[in-house]
Design a protein around this ligand. Structure first.
Ligand SMILES: NC(=O)c1ccc[n+]([C@@H]2O[C@H](COP(=O)([O-])OP(=O)(O)OC[C@H]3O[C@@H](n4cnc5c(N)ncnc54)[C@H](OP(=O)(O)O)[C@@H]3O)[C@@H](O)[C@H]2O)c1
Length: 330
């Protein structure tokens, strides 16, 4: 029987999510990869136990995480039932819908028909009565934004989600979604965008929108799926994500380009000067902005949880360090 570490709240920092009442751990854990049916359930269990023992109270899922789609929620449901049920009120569990999940016109994008059915399925798979945060996973160019946002509002009113968020919405459409949700009386809690040293689009307006409207921000793939660590400096190691052909958006070998590795090498040197490893510096670089609520990591092994938390030891950068990083990234 799992007994959580009694010191779990001593070392973690908790940051307020926008202008809401909710705080999230500065580092949260996502279950996109490594929690499917092709993965070891024991490893998944060990990762989740260690994360919670370290004060990571937020686990992020989606309907399609696996493989196959739905598997991560099923596996999480098993582990939740065995290990985490007594701790339900100490956990923030999120899910999402918006990418293709089942055949036909009602299993993708942003209609009320899809989102309502998907959340019901997610709750069943995880064995939960409600999720803490439900996200629309990506903008839908065809469904009226009013319909998608009204569906998020409905979920909160039905008690199936406590808070709602949006993911991968561009600045103007995020602003519109935030406004609609506000008018419905269900404020948008949080935005989940892709953000790393290699993908800085959020700096071009989105962070300003979130800062001004009091919406939190939880960037995903902050290590560019592992490229912003020292693991690919000497080729592609066996067992790494790029070597695994997992599909569903996981990086492939050809994305670990010579140009990127050249930059990684220079960033690695700078990290050493700061007394950090590159992975720690890459996560710290995101946490330096007060508009960031939490950085959403993925891990393939429990040791990576412990290692990644080192980023909390120093997320201050001098202006000289920041301009060197900008120069390296070009
Ligand atoms: N909203 C969306 O559309 C969306 C999209 C993608 C992801 N997400 C969310 O974001 C979460 C994180 O995404 P991600 O997995 O791409 O994040 P990431 O942190 O950029 O990459 C995770 C990978 O980096 C490597 N890694 C992690 N910590 C390490 C460490 N300390 N040292 C060395 N290598 C380390 C591991 O690779 P190896 O496997 O090679 O060991 C791990 O699998 C997902 O689980 C999901 O919850 C959301």
């Amino acid at each position: 029987m799992y007994q959580a570490n009694s010191d779990r709240y001593q070392s973690m920092e908790y940051r307020r999510c926008g202008r809401s009442g909710l705080k999230l751990p500065a580092v949260s854990l996502g279950l996109w990869h490594n929690f499917g049916h092709i993965d070891s359930l024991e490893n998944a269990r060990n990762i989740l136990r260690l994360a919670f023992d370290k004060g990571i109270t937020h686990f992020d899922l989606a309907n399609n995480y696996g493989p196959p789609p739905g598997a991560a929620e099923e596996n999480f449901g098993k582990i939740f039932k065995d290990d985490f049920k007594p701790y339900r009120d100490e956990l923030i569990i999120s899910s999402k819908a918006g990418w293709g999940m089942w055949d036909g016109p009602y299993g993708d994008w942003g209609s009320k028909k899809y989102l309502v059915a998907s959340l019901d399925q997610s709750l069943k798979r995880m064995g939960l009565e409600y999720v803490d945060i439900f996200y629309h996973h990506r903008p839908d160019p065809e469904t009226p934004l009013e319909e998608t946002m009204a569906t998020l509002d409905l979920m909160v009113r039905q008690g199936k989600a406590l808070y709602v968020g949006i993911s991968s919405y561009m600045p103007a459409e995020a602003a519109k979604a935030i406004e609609i949700l506000k008018s419905l009386g269900t404020p948008c809690l949080i935005h989940q965008p892709k953000y790393s040293m290699f993908d800085r689009w959020v700096e071009d307006g989105l962070l300003d929108v979130l800062g001004e409207t009091g919406v939190g921000c939880i960037p995903f793939s902050p290590l560019a799926q592992g490229i912003l660590t020292n693991k690919y400096l000497n080729g592609i190691p066996q067992g790494s994500r790029a070597s695994s052909h997992r599909g569903n958006g996981a990086i492939e070998e050809d994305q670990v380009s010579a140009d990127k590795i050249n930059k990684v090498r220079q960033l690695n040197e700078l990290a050493k000067e700061r007394g950090q490893q590159l992975a720690h510096m890459a996560l710290a670089w995101i946490l330096k902005d007060p508009r960031i609520t939490s950085v959403l990591i993925g891990v393939s092994r429990p040791e990576q949880v412990t290692d990644s938390l080192e980023c909390l030891k120093n997320y201050n950068f001098t202006s000289e360090e920041l301009s060197r990083i900008n120069q390296i990234l070009g």
